[in-house]
Ligand binder design. Structure first.
Ligand SMILES: *Cc1c(COP(=O)(O)O)cnc(C)c1O
Length: 401
């Protein structure tokens, strides 16, 4: 018996989270074990973070090897892993330049600051407006909750930064009506994650690109959740064929080790000159070494190609569950970012399914009150997909009764 208990969480933690009743202690691949040795299949993937599952040998190797060499330097020095990772990311994407930080919110904070400063330097202080979309999520700093399209996350934290507006997602006419020559940037998730796993339409993203070009505004893609292989492409923009000026990435970038990055062009990068922005841990050698191993493993032949096949297996399994229980209005998503929206009969009940799944030995996620979300390891074995879906079916049967 461990002397650490779930009850202690409520004693010592700020109550902003309400974690499940178990405490996981070990993971391997797509399986997790709790303090009592109970095994769970992991369809949550740490919310699209554990893209290579738990304790992947290549990541453990990268972490321990670098861990014996050099952990940290202030930004008055650079280091080999950071340069190598930046080189790799720029080789694999549209970007020429990289800024490293520690999380998705920080990557977006950097992107939004870059957009404002770029507009300021090139067009003057009047051009400072940022347009975002309703239901979007961009992080929890004050700037990013203000830009995010979910009012509940900024309630009580006002006054929030100004110059920010929100329009409906996938609605090009609404964006066209809102954008002007005062717009510094549009920020969107190519697939809204937290907002309910809603993929952007290709014509919509193409339209945003054209609007930004017309008004000299930057197009920022927040790929914190959709990036690093999730959709079967390294970044979702590559699937859509629409190139942003700035892309933010985090979550799976470190496979479980904290790291975030903002990718951009030479032209935009110029606007963040010496001393304009920074981060103590940004480009930390441990984080960058692990991230390099993540990118190497995901770009090995066949790995990303298999994502779509696994996604089809998932969808077929979810559709089969739906044929029996009729609880889903729609199963949607891209690659292994999967959302199953509940029918109106089950409105607001997503959490009940999550709880029942945990009782059956399966970890899943929700995206709002009506959507079950799955973001498993991108290399989850087919046998674990099948076993997890069998557990989900049992959980659904219990909730439906
Ligand atoms: C998770 C998420 C963020 C915030 O990332 P943190 O690492 O929690 O700061 C930002 N944008 C999107 C799209 C996300 O899914």
């Amino acid at each position: 018996m461990s002397d650490v208990t779930r009850e202690q969480f409520d004693e010592v933690m700020v109550p902003n989270y309400a974690p499940g009743k178990i405490i996981p202690v070990r993971g391997e691949g797509s399986r997790i074990w709790d303090q009592d040795g109970r095994e769970f299949i992991d369809f949550a993937g740490g919310i699209a973070v554990s893209a290579l599952g738990h304790a992947h040998p290549a990541l453990v190797e990268a972490l321990t090897t670098q861990g014996q060499k050099l952990w940290h330097l202030a930004n008055v020095m650079t280091n080999e892993p950071a340069i190598k990772l930046a080189k790799r990311l720029t080789d694999l994407t549209f970007a020429d330049k990289v800024f490293f930080c520690n999380s998705g919110a920080e990557a977006n904070e950097a992107a939004l600051k870059l957009a404002r400063r770029h507009a300021y330097l090139n067009h003057g202080p009047e051009k400072n407006e940022i347009i975002s979309t309703l239901s979007s999520f961009h992080g929890r700093t004050l700037f990013t909750v203000s830009v995010g399209g979910q009012p509940k996350y900024k309630e009580g934290f006002e006054p929030t930064p100004g110059g920010i507006s929100h329009v409906p997602y996938n609605d090009l006419a609404a964006m066209a009506a809102q954008i002007s020559d005062k717009t510094a940037a549009i920020i969107v998730e190519p697939i809204q994650g937290e907002g309910g796993v809603t993929p952007g339409k290709k014509e919509y993203l193409e339209g945003l690109r054209a609007l930004c070009d017309k008004h000299n505004a930057l197009l920022i893609f927040d790929e914190v959740q959709s990036g690093v292989g999730r959709t079967g492409a390294l970044y979702a923009y590559q699937k859509f064929g629409v190139t942003p000026d700035v892309l933010t990435t985090a979550k799976a970038l470190g496979g479980g080790f904290p790291i975030g990055a903002m990718l951009t062009t030479d032209e935009c990068a110029k606007s963040l000159g010496i001393g304009t922005h920074g981060s103590t841990y940004g480009g930390n050698p441990l984080a960058c070494s692990v991230s390099l191993a993540v990118i190497d493993a995901l770009t090995a032949p066949g790995v990303l190609d298999a994502v779509e096949t696994k996604a089809e297996r998932f969808r077929a399994g979810l559709e089969a569950i739906n044929e029996r229980f009729h609880i889903f209005k729609e199963v949607r998503g891209m690659g292994l970012l999967i959302g199953a929206e509940l029918t109106s009969d089950w409105e607001g009940r997503a959490k009940d399914f999550l709880g029942a799944a945990l009782d059956e030995g399966l970890m899943i996620l929700v995206a709002g009150p009506n959507v079950l979300r799955m973001a498993p390891s991108l290399i989850i074995p087919d046998a674990d997909i099948d076993e997890g879906l069998a557990r989900l079916e049992k959980a659904v049967a219990k909730v439906v009764g």
